[in-house]
Design a protein around this ligand. Structure first.
Ligand code: DP6
Length: 358
């Protein structure tokens, strides 16, 4: 795979000190990425809605230095956070061949999330994409000829090396990551905005995140993805995901919302089925996850609604519904579903458009 276009080429420009701030979103996968090979290449293509309210805001200040080592400090919500450092250090090492300039600067990274940390909401996607955007802002000053297209493509490429799903948190409302024959321009190396016209029913799609179980993830994503190595159903799963993406691509264009519901819920349950059937095995749902799913199914049948759910690798439930049902479904969530959440907590979000420089 040719990654040479992402290698930074030295210019005559020099930048002494600089500071950039980016706000980047989290995302929720509809067709799931679960299984990867080195270095951070997905076993199947995936697609996600970009979220609007769940985001990370990160500032990186760059101060020119002489030594040739990676040097950074990390602050999370105002506090020095040395326990997050190893993950970021590993990320910088991985991207060094593409961003040789990072060793010329002392970097101070200050980050905050719009959602509670360890709430079970994936913060690696928004966190890594924010760092990638700040790096590209510096790179653009070093090389002003970079185009906007290249900027986003390389940011997604770098973000992927930090966390696979972060490649889908740069640009676009629906983002595809992973090479797929039916998605023009798709690549294992970076995410792209879904390239076809999306039916109006999927615009401003609503996502209420029910915090059924807060706290640290029971299975880290690295451990989780590794479970797909030698998994008895892995190959079929990767094929099914790619088939599902082909189907979902058509659904997103033709607006067949019943088919959307069927596919999205099946993807969520399959992700959990992969964990139930791996070794070691995990049950990531909690009793209230199942209660919520049953309530959603009941509500859908009784109200002829288009509400559905998806899941991440945890117990929280993402409730998905079209904008035209917002008022009624929000009432249902408040009156019925919120009691299955820890401290009745849930976060209302909707699909958004990607990263913003602040
Ligand atoms: C279940 O992107 O967190 O959310 O590449 O190891 O950082 P790493 O994994 P990560 O995996 C996300 C898995 C998922 C499904 C998805 O977002 O597609």
């Amino acid at each position: 795979m040719d990654t040479s276009e992402f290698i930074f080429k030295q210019t005559d420009n020099s930048v002494k000190n600089a500071s950039f701030t980016w706000q980047t979103p989290s995302n929720i996968a509809l067709v799931k990425y679960w299984g990867k090979s080195n270095p951070q290449l997905p076993k199947n293509a995936s697609v996600s809605f970009t979220l609007n309210n769940c985001h990370t805001i990160t500032t990186i200040t760059f101060e020119k230095k002489d030594s040739n080592t990676i040097n950074f400090e990390l602050f999370f919500e105002g506090q020095k956070k040395d326990d997050f450092k190893p993950k970021i250090a590993k990320f910088f090492e991985r991207i060094l061949e593409y961003c040789s300039y990072i060793t010329s600067y002392k970097m101070v990274i200050s980050s905050e999330n719009s959602f509670p940390h360890s709430s079970g909401i994936a913060s690696s996607a928004s966190g890594m994409s924010a760092i990638a955007m700040c790096l590209l802002s510096l790179e653009k000053q070093l090389n002003p000829s970079l185009t906007d297209i290249y900027f986003n493509k390389k940011a997604s490429f770098l973000a992927r090396l930090g966390s696979g799903s972060a490649s889908r948190s740069i640009e676009g409302s629906l983002v595809v990551w992973g090479n797929h024959p039916e998605i023009e321009g798709s690549s294992d190396l970076f995410g792209i905005p879904f390239p076809y016209k999306v039916h109006d029913i999927f615009k401003n799609y609503q996502d209420a995140i029910l915090l059924v179980d807060k706290g640290e993830k029971q299975v880290s994503s690295t451990v989780g993805h590794n479970l797909m190595h030698n998994h008895p159903y892995a190959e079929n799963r990767f094929k099914q995901a790619n088939d599902n993406l082909a189907k979902l691509s058509k659904i997103l264009q033709n607006g067949d919302i019943k088919e959307f519901i069927n596919l999205v819920e099946s993807e969520a349950l399959t992700l959990h089925a992969m964990m139930l059937t791996s070794n070691p095995y995990f049950i990531l749902m909690k009793p209230n996850t199942l209660e919520v799913i049953n309530k959603i199914w009941e509500y859908r049948a009784e109200n002829d609604s288009n509400i559905c759910f998806t899941l991440d690798a945890g117990a929280n439930v993402h409730v998905l519904y079209p904008e035209n049902e917002k008022e009624l479904v929000n009432k249902f969530i408040e009156n019925t579903l919120s009691k299955y959440c820890q401290k009745n907590q849930y976060i209302c979000d909707e699909s958004g458009f990607g990263a913003k420089q602040l």
